[in-house]
Design a protein around this ligand. Structure first.
Ligand code: SF4
Length: 251
C-alpha cells in the first residue's frame, strides 16, 4: 500500500453519507448548468476524488486544469493517467507565452521569491488569466476546496451563491465537509490515481518552485509559498480579489 494511503486513509463515521451527498450535489450542479459546468482540477488528491465520482456516475461535467508551465512532472503525468483510466479528456489551459516570457525576462525565473507582489503577478499570469479563458462561456465551476484545508477556507460553503465574488458564476465545493482521512479512504478503496508527490509528504501541491514537502505536525498548506506570511497564501483562484485582478490582467 502507498505511503499516503497508509498514513492518511481512515474510515470515519458518515463517510458513505458524505459520498452520497457529494454525488447528489454534483448531479444537481450538472443539471442546473447543462454543458456549461467544469471541474477546475489542480490534479491534487481532492480533485482526483471528484474526477473519480464524475467518471463513475457519468456526470456531464467537463475537466480542465491550469498547466502553468511550472508544474512538477509527477503532476503532469496524472493527465494521461486520468484520460486512460476514465476515458475522459482533461482540458489543459496554458498562460500566454509572450507575457510569461516577458515577465521572466524582466524579473527572473524565481521572481515569486522576491516579493508577494511579484508572486501574485506570476500567479496572475500563469493561473488567473488562463482561468478567465477557461471559465468564459461557462456558468458554473466545481472545486475540491475543503473547510479543513486552512483557516481561510474554514467557512467554505457547498454552493457559493455570491455571484459578484465569482464573476457571475455559481461555484460548487461539494467536498467542503470532507476530511483528509475521507479523501484518502476514497482514493485507497477505489484505486483512484493520484500524484506521486503525495507519497513524499506533499499534501497540497502547486507549482514546482512554490511547493515543498511538509514536516510532521506542520500545517496542510505549510509547503505552499513557505517564505510568505500565512495570511498571504492564496493564489487568487478562490478569493474575491482574484477576479478583480483577473480583469486588470486582461485589460
Ligand atoms: Fe508562479 Fe508560483 Fe504562482 Fe505557480 S504558484 S503561478 S510558479 S507564483
Amino acid at each position: 500500500m502507498s505511503r499516503a494511503i497508509q498514513l492518511h486513509a481512515r474510515l470515519l463515521p458518515g463517510y458513505e453519507q458524505r459520498v452520497a451527498q457529494t454525488v447528489l450535489r454534483l448531479q444537481h450542479a450538472a443539471a442546473a448548468h447543462p454543458g456549461r459546468i467544469v471541474l477546475t482540477t489542480s490534479l491534487g488528491a481532492e480533485d482526483m476524488v471528484l474526477t473519480d465520482l464524475i467518471a463513475r456516475h457519468r456526470l456531464p461535467i467537463a475537466l480542465a486544469t491550469l498547466d502553468t508551465g511550472k508544474l512538477h512532472t509527477q503532476t503532469l503525468a496524472l493527465i494521461p493517467a486520468i484520460e486512460t483510466r476514465y476515458d475522459l479528456t482533461v482540458e489543459r489551459w496554458q498562460p500566454a507565452a509572450e507575457q510569461t516570457l516577458h515577465f521572466v525576462k524582466t524579473h527572473g525565473e524565481l521572481a515569486m521569491r522576491q516579493s508577494v507582489a511579484l508572486r501574485k503577478a506570476c500567479c496572475g499570469l500563469r493561473k488567473l488569466e488562463p482561468l478567465s479563458r477557461l471559465l468564459a462561456g461557462r456558468t458554473a465551476w466545481v472545486t475540491g476546496l475543503r473547510r479543513e484545508q486552512s483557516g481561510a477556507r474554514a467557512e467554505v460553503p457547498f454552493e457559493d451563491t455570491d455571484l459578484t465574488a465569482n464573476n457571475g458564476r455559481a461555484k460548487f465545493n461539494p467536498l467542503a465537509d470532507w476530511s483528509w482521512a475521507d479523501v484518502w479512504h476514497h482514493i485507497g478503496t477505489n484505486d483512484v490515481p493520484y500524484n506521486a508527490l503525495h507519497d513524499a509528504f506533499f499534501p497540497s501541491i502547486g507549482c514546482e518552485p512554490c511547493t515543498r514537502a511538509v514536516a510532521l505536525g506542520e500545517d496542510f498548506r505549510a509547503g505552499r509559498w513557505w517564505w510568505e506570511e500565512p495570511n498571504a497564501k492564496e493564489c487568487g483562484l478562490h478569493v474575491e480579489s482574484g477576479f478583480a485582478q483577473m480583469q486588470e490582467i486582461r485589460a
